[in-house]
Design a protein around this ligand. Sequence first.
Ligand SMILES: [Zn+2]
Length: 142
Amino acid sequence: MITPPKPRPEASAWSRPFWNAAREHQLLLQRCDDCRQWIFYPRIACPHCGSDALGWQQASGRGTIYSYTVVMNNAPSAFAADVPYVVAVIRLEEGVQMLSNIVDCDPATLGCDQPVEVVFRRLDDEYTLPCFRPLAAIGAPR
Ligand SMILES: [Zn+2]
């Protein structure tokens, strides 16, 4: 059986800064210059106030798991060889949410509200994906 390639991101003119930063292992988020709200995913206008005065700022890279699922079985696809893998909604400290993967972990030890930090996984020469890994609690064994 031929395994199809994994889908690649498709950067738009307004999301290109996000992908360029990720390639350099930096997590950038849009922030509205008028109402100061953080924005994710990248857009051409602020979803809070409608302003098109949007800038980019480096995010903390920290957040918590809002929700997640562990994929244990996958029909033949580009991801079949990756099981088990974790798909999660991460609530970043800046208040926005990001759909990503939790990596470098035992999926059985994950839980909602668990602190995580960004790590980067190179996809190819153009794209690097922001993923997240558990952040050990202070004093907890790793
Ligand atoms: Zn705004």
